[in-house]
Each structure stands twice: as structure tokens, then as C-alpha cells.
Design a protein around this ligand. Structure first.
Ligand SMILES: C[S@@+](CC[C@H](N)C(=O)[O-])C[C@H]1O[C@@H](n2cnc3c(N)ncnc32)[C@H](O)[C@@H]1O
Length: 418
């Protein structure tokens, strides 16, 4: 029997999938079923939901045992039809891991993310609404998979009882949820990502507990700090990556690329939006720097009478300095003890600092901050990645995400051991 192909965009409209509320479990379940019709975990709930809402679509889906539903995935990033491995995307954000894994012919069988705006972005690009709060999801609700991905928020552990096990020390944190899912589902491998600061948190104890807990549940692990700058992106983003394997393996992290890109390679020179322009105050003090630098002056002192005398800026003054790579830094104070970075302006020939949720890189020579398109490129997201949310949300989501080429390269190495 021949089935009529249904476009995902038709289903999306019909079921009003953008209508997310605080409990979107039903929609998460439904879209997970559309993507994984062979997973019993999603089937019963999804069929009930379908029956309630739309009998036409249900008839097109019968019998439900066919491995792939007759859906035409008209979305930016459909999954592969003949995957080499399966994975789950925890703390999914906007799916940086998912793109890197799909580029390696991996198929996502489960995602979880509780931020409404990130969920909207995720659905728009992957045709799937992530399940919400991971602390409320039991491992039995998650399909079997080969790799678990998680860029979990880093939280301090409590050190109450002296004789408690490693797992108990992590209870109440989101790492605990990663651990319990690994312990129960036992995927062949995992890849975790975190900020570099995880190494020094609580004098290194946090990291020690993380590593020991993972080893304790039977994983062989290896971690490394990698720079996005080494993987073709003009961004000095350093992150902690940890690969685990259930089998004893000698895993080597990828070393990256020899050629180092400059920001000009990702700039959209046709972009002229006044919304991106640096403020007049910023442009004036950048001009002031270039007018006053030279003739023995390296560090330019700015007029600090604008600042309240009892504030740090008022007390120590604001200074600007141009680094050898061309970037311009503003500091509060000019001595090592007082020097606090106040602003960082990069340039077309340099790289940018880490893009984070509330800081979009700015270029002094362009006189503006990066656009959304450029910020996508800075994180290695394809241009066709779609943001159905406000620009502020899009910048925030990109700042929280992983750099796609870095995880893509790590997953490529991991695949050798699956
Ligand atoms: C550092 S971001 C990870 C971003 C992701 N790796 C990406 O590529 O976009 C951490 C994410 O975890 C989500 N999160 C935090 N607590 C959560 C919870 N209890 N359940 C589900 N998601 C959670 C946050 O909303 C945030 O998007």
C-alpha cells in the first residue's frame, strides 16, 4: 500500500505545534513519535493524542509498525534515514550537539530542554519539541541509545555526610541526572561539555567528584580543554570536554586545524542595520584612544570625571590599550591590582572573545557588534539555522550553545569506537 507523504510543516500547522505552554510533554511525546515511530516508548501516548485531534492523519499513519512515518521533513536539519548510531540530546539548548552528531550520520532518539524559547528554536530546526525538566524524567522514559550528549549546567556539590558514595555527593544537581541516566541506560559512549572553570570550582573538588562518579559507574573517561579557535572558528572559546566509553579504549581528542581564521572571514559586509551600531559614547572613546595613543603613550587615560568618584571607575580611572593582535581593551585602573577589564573590542583581523549569553562580540573597526548571522558563524552553525525568537533570545541561545565544529570533530573520533 502506498502512503501519502505528509509535509511536517502541514502537521505543524494543523497541530499548532508552536503553541508551547508550561507543560508541553504531550507535544514532546507526539513529535518524538513522528521522528521515531519504531519506539514503543512514544507510540501509545502519541496515538492517543492523534486520535483525539485528527483522524485523517491517523489513517495515513496506519499501520503504526512501519519504521518511518510517511513524512516529508521540510525542516532545516532532518535526521538521517540510515543512521550509523543513535544518541540523546540532554540540556539540548538549540541543538549544537545534534547538528554535530547528525553531520556524523547520527540519529537523535530523545531530547530534553526546559527553556520555552530554546524549545521553540529547537522545534523549528529539527521538527521535534524536547521533553522538559530532566529531573522529572525517569530513565525508563528514554529509548536505548549509543551516545549520550550533555552540556550540563555546573553546580557545586554539597559535602555533608563523610561516608556517602560519589553518587550521593552529587544528589540534587543536574550532573546527578546525567549520572543516573548513564547508569540505567548504559550507552556505549557519552560526551559532556562544560565551562573551563569547572576545573577550579571548589578547588578542583567538583571535577574530581564528577570524574570519580563516572568511573564508579563503569566508564573509562578522558577529558580535555579545547579551543574553538583551533577548529576553524575566529573565537577564543575554551571549554571542557569529557568522553566516556563503557569499553576500555584509548581515546584521542582531535587536535584541530592548522590555519587560524580571522573575524573578517565570517563578516557579512552587506549588513548595515543601525541596531548593531556601537553607541556614540563607545565610538567617542574609541576615537579618543586613537587620537591620544603614540609618542610614548601606550595606555590612554580617559576622562573619569563622568563616573561617580566613589565607584571603582571614578577612583582608579578608565584606560584603553591596543593589543598586538589589534583588539582594543578598556580597563578600570592601569595597575595589575586594579586592572579589571571593562570592554573588549575586536577587529576584522583578530578573533573574538567567547560569545556568552549576555555578551555579543563588538568590533571597533566596523563600529558595530556581530549580527545574528555572524554569531551563528562564530559558533559554527550553518547559515540556514533558523531563529523563530527575538534577537536577544537568539544571541543568548548562541552564547549558551556548543561550537558545532568542535563537537563534530570529537564525535567523528568517537564513532571509531562504537
Ligand atoms: C549550557 S546550555 C546547553 C546548550 C546546548 N549544549 C546547545 O548546544 O545549545 C544548558 C541548557 O540546559 C537547560 N536546562 C537547565 N536545567 C534544565 C533542566 N532541569 N531540564 C532541562 N533542561 C535544563 C538550560 O535551559 C540550557 O538551555
Amino acid at each position: 500500500m502506498k502512503y501519502k507523504m505528509l509535509k511536517y510543516s502541514t502537521i505543524r500547522k494543523r497541530f499548532n505545534l508552536e503553541r508551547l505552554n508550561s507543560d508541553s510533554t504531550e507535544l514532546a511525546n507526539f513529535t518524538h513519535f513522528l521522528q521515531n515511530s519504531n519506539e514503543d516508548i512514544f507510540r501509545a501516548n502519541a496515538l492517543n493524542y492523534l486520535e483525539e485531534y485528527d483522524l485523517d492523519i491517523l489513517s495515513a499513519f496506519e499501520p503504526s509498525s512501519i519504521p518511518y512515518l510517511p513524512i516529508k521533513w521540510d525542516i532545516p536539519f532532518p535526521g538521517p534515514e540510515n543512521p550509523d548510531f543513535t544518541f540523546i540530546d540532554l540540556f539540548a539548548g538549540i541543538g549544537g550537539f545534534r547538528i554535530g552528531a547528525q553531520e556524523n550520520n547520527g540519529k537523535c532518539v530523545f531530547s530534553s530542554e526546559w527553556d520555552k524559547y530554546a524549545m521553540l528554536t529547537y522545534e523549528k530546526n529539527f521538527g521535534e519539541i524536547p521533553f522538559g525538566d530532566i529531573t522529572k524524567i525517569s530513565a525508563s522514559e528514554i529509548p536505548d541509545h549509543d551516545i549520550l550528549f550533555a552540556g550540563f549546567p555546573c553546580q557545586p556539590f554539597s559535602y555533608s555526610g563523610r561516608n556517602e558514595g560519589f553518587k550521593d555527593k552529587t544528589r540534587g544537581t543536574l550532573f546527578f541526572d546525567v549520572l543516573r541516566i548513564l547508569e540505567e541506560k548504559r550507552p556505549k559512549m557519552f560526551l559532556l561539555e562544560n565551562v573551563k572553570g569547572i576545573m577550579s570550582q571548589n578547588k578542583g573538588k567538583t571535577l574530581q567528584i564528577i570524574l570519580e562518579s563516572l568511573e564508579n559507574i563503569g566508564y573509562h573517561i578522558k577529558w580535555e580543554i579545547l579551543k574553538s579557535y583551533d577548529f576553524g572558528l575566529p573565537q577564543m572559546r575554551e571549554r571542557w570536554y569529557c568522553v566516556g566509553s563503557i569499553n576500555p579504549i584509548i581515546f584521542e581528542f582531535p587536535v584541530g586545524k592548522a590555519n587560524k581564521p580571522a573575524l573578517k572571514e565570517i563578516i557579512d559586509f552587506s549588513e548595515k542595520s543601525p541596531l548593531l551600531a556601537l553607541s556614540q559614547f563607545e565610538m567617542e572613546r574609541i576615537d579618543f584612544h586613537f587620537k591620544n595613543v603614540g609618542n610614548g603613550v601606550e595606555r590612554v587615560k580617559h576622562d573619569n570625571s563622568k563616573y561617580e568618584p566613589n565607584t571603582k571607575k571614578g577612583k582608579h580611572g578608565v584606560y584603553s590599550f591596543q593589543k598586538a593582535d589589534g583588539s582594543l581593551r578598556f580597563h578600570v585602573g592601569d595597575r595589575s591590582k586594579t586592572q579589571i577589564q571593562e570592554a573588549f573590542y575586536c577587529t576584522l583581523n583578530s578573533y573574538s572573545p567567547t560569545i556568552i549569553a549576555n555578551r555579543v562580540p563588538k568590533l571597533w573597526d566596523l563600529g558595530r557588534k556581530l549580527s545574528i548571522l555572524e554569531s551563528k558563524r562564530l559558533q559554527g552553525f550553518p547559515d540556514e539555522y533558523d531563529f523563530p525568537v527575538s534577537d536577544n533570545q537568539a544571541y543568548r541561545q548562541l552564547g549558551n550553545s556548543v561550537s558545532v565544529p568542535v563537537v563534530q570533530a570529537i564525535i567523528q573520533e568517537m564513532k571509531k569506537y562504537l
